[in-house]
Write a protein that binds this ligand. Structure first.
Ligand code: FAD
Length: 399
């Protein structure tokens, strides 16, 4: 059987980009549907480190780059939403840590003087005297410098749940391989199918593709396919066991942190360190075993006093999917390409999702909502679940 529906905007892809946009559109009164092909956020959002960057990481060269300026406003927008004072209301999402830390090893010495003297940076980070050091930096064996960054770290599953609870009536679980788009004079005809086989024919004034890496295949089907994508691969490392909670970047001499460590509890209640930064970037070219070996050596060097003897380790290969840039560099901003009434979008960072939603709203060209009465007849359509964390995925090898 084929159902029919008409909406102002149909979104394809339920990671942070699609969900934040859905919230913005719904608040503006537009009728919307968000079609998700798997679960909410399994590509990147749930695999991200959940850091709401304010630009510090991009300023490690000592001056504010374009990326740092663009992202500087984001923590404020997120904080308002997380306190229930913004749009969307994310007060049900969990903040794992209000701050991150940035530490240097003692060998780094004065190389950082210029960086820390920078006026812009002073406002965002404060040096911590030893009596204020949290674990594991409270140990006497730590001889480096420690700074506190005013940038929160989120539990991304509760973030996705906050959206999914608020906008469940706009979410549809679909077969990702059966999305058909046909651009007409009055908008887009979009055909989708439920995993159970039921068909839906949607008429939408605009369609926005926010399917992360999935955008590549979806955009290829557009008549004027002009949405090139790039992937920047990572091999993340997961360490579980008796560990202190840690949300911190270890600063090296390069513009990227040597390692960025965030922490979560897994389903069994174990602490898991999720390790990114250069360890994961350089590690993308290593085999699984080489990566485990290299990550062991790196953590032993940057946190020599932390006992890692009884921990278990695993790796995760994951790509960052972004709008293509010359030389394959990270874009400074979200990327949004329009192909008539179809927009193809990548936020570039979790933190930049509000900015992307603003860009879409500006380019939508729909002044007034015409269909604000919801989606009649789709009450029984299956809804997508929230994806599990990488460390909770069944069948992963830990060693
Ligand atoms: P995704 O989260 O990938 O969501 C895309 C959605 O589309 C998925 O739910 C997928 O199932 C769905 N989909 C795919 N194909 C189809 C289809 N054909 N039909 C229907 N649905 C489809 N950014 C930060 O700001 N802070 C961080 O700490 C951070 N850490 C990161 C760590 C890692 C390891 C990675 C990879 C990225 C990190 N990022 C971080 C970047 C950030 O995660 C991404 O920019 C952001 O999550 C992308 O969101 P998205 O919604 O575009 O894509």
């Amino acid at each position: 059987m084929t159902s029919e529906a008409q909406v102002d905007v149909a979104i394809v892809g339920g990671g942070i980009a699609g969900l934040w946009l859905l919230a913005r559109l719904r608040h503006a009164g537009f009728s919307c549907v968000l079609c998700e092909g798997h679960a909410l956020g399994p590509g990147q959002t749930v695999a991200s480190q959940g850091i709401i960057h304010g630009g510090t990481k991009y300023s490690l060269t000592g001056k504010l780059s374009g990326a740092a300026e663009a992202i500087g406003a984001m923590p404020g927008i997120w904080r308002a939403a997380l306190q229930g004072q913004g749009e969307p209301d994310l007060s049900r999402a969990t903040i794992l840590s209000e701050h991150q830390y940035l530490w240097t090893t003692e060998s780094l010495g004065s190389k950082l003087t210029g960086f820390f003297a920078g006026k812009a940076m002073k406002a965002r980070m404060q040096p911590l005297q030893r009596d204020r050091h949290p674990e594991p930096f409270a140990e006497r064996a730590f001889h480096g410098s420690l700074y506190q960054l005013d940038e929160p770290v989120l539990d991304t599953r509760t973030l996705l749940s906050a959206f999914s609870d608020a906008y469940a009536d706009s979410l549809l679980h679909i077969d990702p391989n059966a999305v058909r788009l046909e651009i007409g004079d009055d908008g887009v005809r979009m055909a989708v199918r439920a995993p159970s086989g039921e068909q839906l024919s949607l008429r939408a004034r605009r369609v926005i593709l926010t399917a992360g890496a999935g955008n590549e295949a979806l955009a290829r089907a557009l008549p004027a396919a002009a949405a090139p994508m790039q992937r920047r691969p990572l091999q993340m490392v997961m360490v579980r066991g008796e560990l202190p909670a840690l949300y911190a970047h270890c600063l090296g001499v390069s513009a990227n942190p040597r390692a960025t460590i965030t922490s979560n509890r897994d389903r069994a209640g174990r602490q898991v360190w999720y390790v990114g930064g250069q360890v994961a970037e350089i590690g993308a070219n290593r085999t699984h075993d080489e990566q485990l070996h290299a990550a062991h050596a790196e953590l032993a060097e940057i946190l020599p006093w932390v006992d890692l003897a009884h921990t278990e380790w695993a790796t995760l290969r994951v790509d960052r999917a972004e709008g293509r840039q010359p030389g394959g560099h990270r874009p400074d901003l979200p990327v949004l390409n329009w192909s008539g009434p179809v927009g193809v979008a990548w936020p570039t960072k979790l933190a930049l999702a509000p900015r992307l939603a603003e860009m879409v709203m500006d380019g939508l060209g729909l002044d007034t909502p015409t269909q604000a009465e919801g989606l009649p007849g789709l009450d029984e359509w299956p809804r997508p679940e929230v994806a599990p964390y990488p460390w909770d995925v069944e069948g992963r090898t830990w060693s």
